[in-house]
Design a binder for this molecule. Sequence first.
Ligand SMILES: NC(=O)c1ccc[n+]([C@@H]2O[C@H](COP(=O)([O-])OP(=O)(O)OC[C@H]3O[C@@H](n4cnc5c(N)ncnc54)[C@H](OP(=O)(O)O)[C@@H]3O)[C@@H](O)[C@H]2O)c1
Length: 280
Amino acid sequence: MSDFVLIGADGMLGRCWAELLAARGVRHLATTIEDLDITDRANVALFVRPGTQWVVNCAAYTLVDAAEKHEDLANEINGRAVGRLAERCREVGAKLLHYSTDYVFSGTASEPYPIDHPRDPVNAYGRSKALGEELIEQSGVDHLLVRSSWLYAPWAKNFVLTIGELAMSKESLRVVDDQRGRPTDSRRLAEVSLTLAELGERGPFHVADSGECTWFELAAFIAQEVNPRCHVEPCTSDEFPRPAPRPAYSVLDIRATEDVVGPMIPWQDRVRDVLARVGG
Ligand SMILES: NC(=O)c1ccc[n+]([C@@H]2O[C@H](COP(=O)([O-])OP(=O)(O)OC[C@H]3O[C@@H](n4cnc5c(N)ncnc54)[C@H](OP(=O)(O)O)[C@@H]3O)[C@@H](O)[C@H]2O)c1
């Protein structure tokens, strides 16, 4: 019997969790969608069994733009399946560590979103993640709900890698300067989540690197690191219309987390570290 069941182990964050649990020598079962599809109730029951201490759910429907067209699928994976997973965890006495997003907030605030701010998503993905949060709360499961934002890693499709590659091959880039948030190194997110769990923290937490920036500021920093000759120019979101509206200001308030684990590391340090680990 494994102490941890990891779901979505081949996603961007899931890979960090798999590495972390292996490095710490924690008895765990790392599953991908091939093994465990969270929309399949019987499949969930097979893996989430009495004796499991923690279920870490890194599985999600994360295609923000596609979710506008496929909202029911997003709601099934990010909402209803999460609710059933939570109920199964409660039944067998397992604790659930689940991930959510800054996109459960509208982005109309002008100061960081506290953990108890009412959910008010502006797009289908955000609504599906908000549904998952609500169903976990209603299930009565013993849980840790970690909201994060703007994830990146040395693998998978993410903004830091994409801009890093573009900056190496292009003379100039235009990047939106009217969305502000907190970039987050997925590895650090997994480490801090595990620490919160081990310390017995429960309920909602916001975990992100410290500091804040716009996508333009993040891109300009990355270009400076990988190829200072690439010129990054700011532009507005109107110039790059996308199916899903994005929150303009999605800075998560991380103070409650920092009270427990100490200061989070500035995003610039984490981005530098991840760029150095690419391909390593
Ligand atoms: N990425 C971000 O910027 C960001 C920001 C804030 C919060 N989050 C949250 O952080 C968590 C991890 O995100 P991520 O970026 O690591 O996502 P990701 O890279 O897209 O990984 C998600 C994983 O879930 C799997 N999956 C999809 N449907 C599934 C199902 N029905 N059953 C089991 N597995 C399924 C995917 O498999 P396939 O690839 O085979 O479909 C993939 O391996 C998610 O809860 C996400 O909402 C992400």
